[in-house]
Design a protein around this ligand. Structure first.
Ligand code: K7E
Ligand code: CUA
Ligand code: CA
Length: 635
């Protein structure tokens, strides 16, 4: 039997700047060495041991082709829509690189099953989610590679993903409201706040006694502290809230509203010719909180401010008609609201917001253009060269237009502000350009996310995938270069140059994601890195084991029928990519344990006799043999 704690097993110092080279060397040592140790023929083969450093795709545009072994230039963070997860794609290849479970339950990683993930999800968590808007934290208007935030419309939550390990580390349920939809981050000076729109108006208190008083319903704009993920404040608004964005000074956030009518039926939401953009003054909101000028709603301790019409904290700018997306241009000079039921986009000059709050100008004086693009404008992206790209849902097109020319045209000059319309397939919602929501917009690629794929792919039954199309925008003309099917309506995505993202190769043993488990082990007198121990605590049994390819530190353990069993596995492997799993057969228990990670899972030993457990992440030539027995005796 191999001893997982054998000092002769290869080790890597992960903090060593040359670690990646060590990792490669160790991988060869490891595969050769362990094969020799086991006396077994065959290893996972030259594919792994002989892996070469992949070359980097050169920065040419015009093709989605990234050759085998070549790396993509961009990370795309894709909302998984009502799958409840976030996905990472490589661009321009559009290859799916990873899935990050967030609001869903994930069989492969044990997200929603492990104790560590349940701590993030909360007790009695929901099994569904509906993600729309993934956005990365920023410093001075540049992506800082720290976090990605994502909304859950289905259960009124906001989650944070840590970009060093690409795992969800915090989930906050927003009190006093229903359906978090629009989400963006404060761009400048850094992401202190995550801005989150609650969409649906509800009675307050929502106690079943005042449901007919529709006029009294309201919803809230939320500022979350990006570090603690606590809701810092909430602002009551008129109408409902759809999408949101922030400016490049750190002073303002703004949200579209499609239901200024306050209607509860479809026809009612279309009655008015104009709804509005609500502008939030962050400094005034902070000052009001500090001065104690807030109320608390029964559901929480969060300071709630009144930002309805007439409030000093907000301004309402009329915008036609049921506007949807609101997008700040990379220079920070303009923001664009997308008219949806109006064929127009509305361009705001953000510098005028100071005068608006000083009551020197009227709300509509901040509008510098309102021009027609086509039917069903939903979202706009930018190339950093003064051009904008707006999705036209009904026309199934992307419209490329020039912002300054649109402003001239709005003044009455004879200029063509529309530069090109490109058919997309079919019915686009969000779009996004490479680095386009930051100061670093580079104008290389545009992604257009279509709600319908119809005939673009082999048919897979009545349910169709969506179609995410990659468009080369580096030249004068947009060129469609790739069709990418995706599952369950991503809504939105975000494209980040790979230089902004630095991920860990293996876990730090001090990683906070399993700090609670480390504390539990300590209380049990167990050192996770060395001990293989079974602790009995009444009818609770805690099984601490290590793993190193291809063995668990514990080969068999005994429990009594009905015991609550917690298995805690610490993966001692220090070799990148050697992830183990733990699956207890017939117990609904399965999880990932990546190198140097600790993970734990709790289940009831409700079946007598021999119960096998096995490693379910392929880790070694002897992966099939990596297993053990739980022996369940009568109580
Ligand atoms: Cu347009 Cu939820 Cu951002 Cu869908 S939202 S498209
Ligand atoms: Cu360990 Cu498969
Ligand atoms: Ca409306």
């Amino acid at each position: 039997m191999i001893n997982p704690n054998d000092k002769n097993l290869p080790k890597v110092d992960v903090e060593d700047p040359a670690a990646s080279e060590h990792v490669k060397v160790s991988r060869r040592l490891f595969l050769g060495g362990s094969a020799a140790l086991m006396g077994a023929a065959g290893t996972m083969g030259a594919g792994m041991g002989g892996m070469l450093t992949p070359s980097v795709a050169h920065a040419s545009t015009g093709s989605a082709n990234v050759g085998p072994g070549e790396l993509d230039e961009y990370y795309g963070f894709w909302s998984g829509g009502h799958s409840g997860e976030v996905r990472i794609l490589g661009l321009p290849s559009m290859r799916e690189l990873m899935r990050i479970p967030v609001f869903n339950v994930d069989s492969a990683t044990g997200w929603g099953l492990t104790n560590e993930s349940k701590e993030v999800l909360g007790e009695g968590h929901y099994l569904n989610g509906d993600c729309h808007h993934p956005h990365m934290s920023m410093t001075d208007g540049h992506y800082d590679g720290k976090y990605v935030f994502i909304n859950d419309k289905a259960n009124t939550r906001v989650a944070r993903i840590r970009c060093d390990i690409m795992k969800t580390d915090k989930i906050t349920t927003i009190p006093n409201c229903q359906a978090i939809h629009g989400l963006r981050v404060q761009k400048v000076p850094h992401t202190k706040y995550v801005f989150a729109n609650a969409e649906f108006r509800i009675p307050h208190p929502n106690n079943g006694l005042n449901m007919d008083d529709v006029k009294g319903y309201y919803t809230l704009f939320n500022g979350l502290d990006a570090e603690s993920m606590d809701v810092a404040w909430q602002v009551i608004v008129d109408g409902n809230l759809d999408n949101t964005d922030a400016d490049y000074t750190g002073k303002y956030a703004f949200s579209t509203c499609y239901n200024s009518e306050g209607a509860v039926d479809l026809a009612g939401t279309m009655r008015a010719e104009r709804d509005h953009l609500v502008v939030f003054n962050i400094a005034l909101i902070e000052a009001a909180v500090k001065a104690g000028k807030f109320i608390k709603l029964p559901g929480s301790d969060v300071p709630v401010l009144d930002g309805r019409k007439g409030s000093k904290l907000t301004r309402y700018i009329p915008v036609p008609k049921n506007p949807h997306g609101i997008n700040t241009a990379p220079g920070g000079k303009y923001a664009v609201a997308n008219g949806k039921l109006s064929p127009t986009v509305t361009v705001f000059e953000l510098a005028k917001f100071d005068d608006l709050f000083a009551d020197k100008i009227k709300p509509r004086d901040t509008v510098v253009a309102e021009v027609e693009l086509g039917l069903g404008p939903l979202h706009t992206a930018f190339d950093g060269k003064g051009n904008a790209f707006t999705t036209l849902f009904i026309d199934s097109q992307v419209c490329k237009w020039n912002v300054e020319k649109a402003i001239q045209a709005y003044k009455g000059e004879q200029v063509d502000y529309i530069l090109q319309k490109l058919d997309v397939h079919y019915q686009p919602g969000h779009n996004h350009t490479t680095m386009g929501e930051t100061r670093d917009a580079d104008g290389k690629y545009l992604i257009s996310l279509q709600k319908f794929s119809k005939d673009r792919f082999l048919q897979c039954g009545p349910l169709h995938p969506e179609n995410d199309q990659l468009i080369d925008i580096s030249g004068d003309q947009m060129k469609l270069i790739h069709d990418g099917p995706t599952y369950a309506e991503p809504h939105d995505c975000m494209i980040v140059h790979r230089s902004k993202v630095k991920t860990r190769k293996i876990y730090d043993r001090k990683d906070p994601t399993f700090a609670g488990t480390v504390a539990m082990a300590k209380a049990d007198g167990v050192t996770l890195e060395t001990d293989n121990k079974v602790i009995r605590d009444g009818n609770k049994v805690r099984v601490y084991m290590t793993s190193i390819a291809p063995v668990y530190g514990i080969n068999e353990f005994k429990v009594k029928l009905g015991d609550e069993v917690t298995v805690i596995v610490t993966n001692l492997d220090q070799i990148e990519d050697v992830t183990h799993g733990f699956c207890m057969v017939n117990h609904g228990a399965q999880m990932e344990i990546s190198p140097q990670q600790t993970a734990s899972i709790t289940f009831t030993a409700d079946k007598l006799g021999v119960q096998w457990y096995y490693c379910n992440w392929f880790c070694h030539a002897l992966h099939m043999e990596m297993r053990g027995r739980m022996l369940v005796e009568p109580a």
